[in-house]
Design a protein around this ligand. Structure first.
Ligand SMILES: Cc1ncc(COP(=O)(O)O)c(C=O)c1O
Length: 377
């Protein structure tokens, strides 16, 4: 049990990773910019830093903070994809079968198709809404790892982490969860039975659209050593500036998520009644297919919404008529953004499908801007 476990999300976001106060020390340590560190007259024995790819003080502070929120031990990576690659490749070997979401982040499927299969790893794709049934029917037999992404990006389907983890463990498979959309405050996969929780911290965890980061958190020490060894050898370690920026940014995670979720609730109300919108998805809308499971499994809502407009031209007109909603990929940042997913060619979605990421602007401003733009369609 960590020292912060009795506190609320705001307190934990600010205080995670911090050491006890020392008079004269800064409230938040400054980054230590070093690649090599001074050596003594003996080889380093693990007690001191010697080379920043394998360990450095600023990264440790950030990892302690993220691990605190995840309820595990964190290893930070230069990007979310570096973290996902480490989670899979630190554990899978040639001849293994890895189960992935067929509807998750498309670069994860590219990683599987272009890289994992080259190393003789078999990949089985299962849609997020179906993985619970596949697991219950024994469909994970012979798999070595199951990667879940819940809520899935971009269609926001949710699967039952605890149920899949139980079935996967019975089949002898490890379970990793891409927790990017939820963030460590929104869902705690390790407490639900997953072996690894993985995140693109480029998204809401850091939330200012100015840094790339990712992480893997685990509870098992042997698994930690395996992922750490993979990172040391393949070199996906973030530098001190990113680590410091990540720690500084996550202090406001609770506040940002609260505003993003409030904005999403208001935006969803507008969208639900608008004739130009179909297939609206937000897991915290009672009518949403994900609502029951999300309410049971997740700890709080966030600002990511998806929907369909008539076609590509309708999305262009919407963006052209809006002042506050920026066209940008990625999500979870302080700016409100719209991403037409079909333009990237990786998701099986119609041309007018968009993912909205509600930022932290004023709710009334965002709603008025979006209403005006929608009414012009
Ligand atoms: C769900 C999910 N996982 C992983 C990633 C990859 O993260 P990064 O862009 O930081 O490599 C993304 C990026 O969009 C994502 O949405």
């Amino acid at each position: 049990m960590s020292e912060l476990s009795g506190y609320g999300d705001g307190t934990r976001s600010v205080r995670a990773g911090e050491d006890p106060a020392v008079p004269g020390a800064p409230l938040r340590p400054s980054p230590v910019f070093a690649a090599p560190f001074h050596l003594g007259d003996q080889p380093p024995n693990g007690a001191v830093d010697f080379y920043a790819r394998t360990g450095q003080p600023t990264l440790r502070v950030f990892e302690d903070a993220v691990g605190e929120l995840d309820g595990g031990r964190c290893l930070s990576f230069a990007t979310g994809m570096a973290a996902l690659t480490a989670a899979v490749l630190a554990c899978a070997r040639s001849g293994d079968r890895v189960v992935l979401p067929s509807d998750g982040y498309y670069a994860t499927r590219l990683l599987a198709a272009e890289e994992l299969t080259r190393f003789g790893i078999e990949v089985q794709y299962v849609p997020t809404p179906e993985i619970g049934r596949v697991a219950a029917d024994g469909g994970l037999a012979g798999a070595s790892m199951v990667l879940l992404e819940t809520p899935s990006n971009p269609q926001l389907d949710v699967c039952d982490i605890a149920a899949v983890a139980t079935a996967a463990h019975a089949a002898g498979a490890l379970v990793a969860v891409d927790n990017t959309t939820a963030t460590p405050l929104g869902q705690r996969p390790l407490a639900l039975g997953a072996d690894m929780t993985v995140g693109s911290d480029t998204k809401a965890l850091t939330g200012h659209s100015d840094v790339l980061l990712g992480h893997v958190s685990v509870t098992d020490d042997a698994l930690y050593a395996r992922v750490k060894g993979f990172r040391d050898r393949t070199g996906g370690t973030p530098g001190p500036f990113e680590a410091w920026l990540g720690h500084r940014s996550m202090s406001t995670l609770d506040l940002r998520l609260a505003r993003q979720a409030a904005n999403a609730a208001a935006v969803v109300e507008l969208l639900a009644g608008h004739p130009a919108v179909s297939n609206l998805r937000w897991p915290w809308r009672p009518e949403d297919p994900s609502f029951a499971l999300a309410s049971r499994q997740m700890l709080r809502p966030n600002g990511v919404v998806s929907l369909e407009l008539a076609d590509e031209a309708a999305v262009s007109r919407l963006l052209g008529a809006s002042r506050l909603w920026a066209a940008a990929t990625s999500f979870g940042g302080v700016h409100s953004t719209i991403d037409r997913r079909a333009q990237w060619g990786g998701d099986d979605v119609p041309a007018g499908f968009v993912r909205l990421s509600c930022g932290i602007e004023d709710t009334a401003d965002l709603v008025a801007d979006l209403r005006g733009a929608l009414d012009r369609l």
